[in-house]
Design a protein around this ligand. Structure first.
Ligand code: KG4
Ligand code: ZN
Length: 357
């Protein structure tokens, strides 16, 4: 019998006991991009602690995430952040029932730090290990905020790496209804923010600037998004902004940057909200949820809330603290994976591109 087998057999035994009990306290680790995060979550819904070390100040000076720096900082921080999560929850490693980690998608070197650390903890304690999809985590941020939310529902996931419209058929089963054909919504926000000379990460900075602007000042148009399907495209809008700015420069005109920000935000959020609400209606879902870093955008939340209400659909979005990357969302998603028996042995690897469905 190999060492891996004996670990996995022990973990399977513990899993069966947890499934019989229907309860589990999960220690979760998230290192897919530029936040080193860990949390302790009970039964998928109760956050006992949520520790996040953000690397944003480190990457800001380079205008974006530097993957090698992200990995190195995760190595430095993952131990202290896990310790903080346990301390804040008033627990030791003995008190948790399972270990969860984001296995992908994300930056491979960054993911590997969390995956290796989680494997070490699982092997040392014999506790079940849950390999959790990052997007399933973002979706689960809604379970933390709405205790009564259960699948099925439609979810718009808009982050730095993804723009998906998903049918959340079950806690462990998603059907992809639509996706971006090029840039993710958050990526488009960040790129346009950079053109407007705003610091990284651009999304929240652009939102701030847009508050002083007129969303109807400039019409940034994208023909692709007028189609009946649920796929989206954001790179055309980004190019439209760049063209607008360079045309103005050539003519020697001064540009109202706040108007550009507000008009761009309006254009992106209109596409996201129109498509997502229509997907929920056509799916016959009474609930539409929002997830991913861009879910922190107040204008997007308002647009979705209003359009959903008009169609008689309940709208859910996560608490602000669970919008961008965090450990609690991974702990919530992992609980349901655990209860459905999805545990990993020690052979799985971090995967940078990992489809959700
Ligand atoms: O989910 P997340 O933390 O990381 C990924 O999984 O990608 O999302 C980060 C993305 C960045 O592109 C950031 O600019 C965007 O979410 N973002 C926002 C806002 N807050 C974060 N975009 C628009 N408005 C915001 N308030
Ligand atoms: Zn994310």
């Amino acid at each position: 019998m190999t060492t891996t087998m004996s670990y996995f057999e022990a973990a399977q035994e513990r899993l069966r006991a947890l499934q019989a009990r229907g309860e589990a306290t999960v220690l979760s680790i998230e290192t897919s991009c530029d936040e080193t995060a860990a949390a302790v979550v009970k039964n998928g819904r109760q956050v006992l602690s949520n520790a996040v070390y953000t690397q944003i100040p480190i990457h800001r000076q380079f205008g974006g995430v530097v993957p090698e720096l992200a990995s190195r900082n995760h190595v430095d921080q993952v131990g202290p952040v896990v310790e903080t999560a346990l301390l804040d929850a008033g627990m030791t490693l003995d008190d948790v029932d399972a270990i969860a980690v984001t296995g992908g998608p994300g930056l491979v070197g960054a993911l590997l730090v969390g995956v290796s650390y989680a494997k070490g903890l699982a092997f040392a304690t014999g506790k079940p290990l849950v390999n959790t999809h990052h997007i399933l985590g973002h979706i689960a941020a809604n379970y933390l905020t709405f205790p009564d939310l259960v699948p099925p529902f439609t979810c718009l996931v808009a982050s730095g790496g993804h723009s998906h419209i998903i049918e959340v058929a079950d806690y462990d089963r998603c059907v992809l209804l639509g996706r971006t054909r090029d840039d993710a919504a958050g990526e488009a926000y960040d790129k346009v923010a950079r053109v407007l000379e705003l610091p990284y990460p651009g999304g929240p900075e652009l939102e701030k600037l847009a508050q002083a602007g007129d969303p109807r000042a400039i019409r940034f148009h994208s023909a692709f998004n007028e189609g009946e399907g649920f796929d989206m495209s954001f790179s055309g809008l980004k190019t439209a902004v760049i063209n607008h700015l360079s045309n103005a420069k050539q003519r020697g005109e001064t540009v109202n940057r706040a108007d550009v920000a507000a008009s761009f935000q309006y254009a992106v959020n209109t596409i996201l909200s129109d498509k997502a609400v229509r997907a929920a209606v056509e799916n016959g879902h009474g609930t539409l949820a929002l997830a991913g870093g861009v879910s922190a955008n107040k204008n997007l939340r308002q647009m979705l809330a209003q359009k959903a209400e008009k169609r008689g659909i309940r709208f859910c979005c996560p608490d602000f603290k669970y919008c961008t990357d965090n450990g609690a969302m991974i702990g919530s998603a992992a609980f349901y994976l655990l209860m459905k028996g999805h545990i990993a042995d020690l052979s799985f690897n971090a995967v940078p591109y990992l489809p959700i469905a």
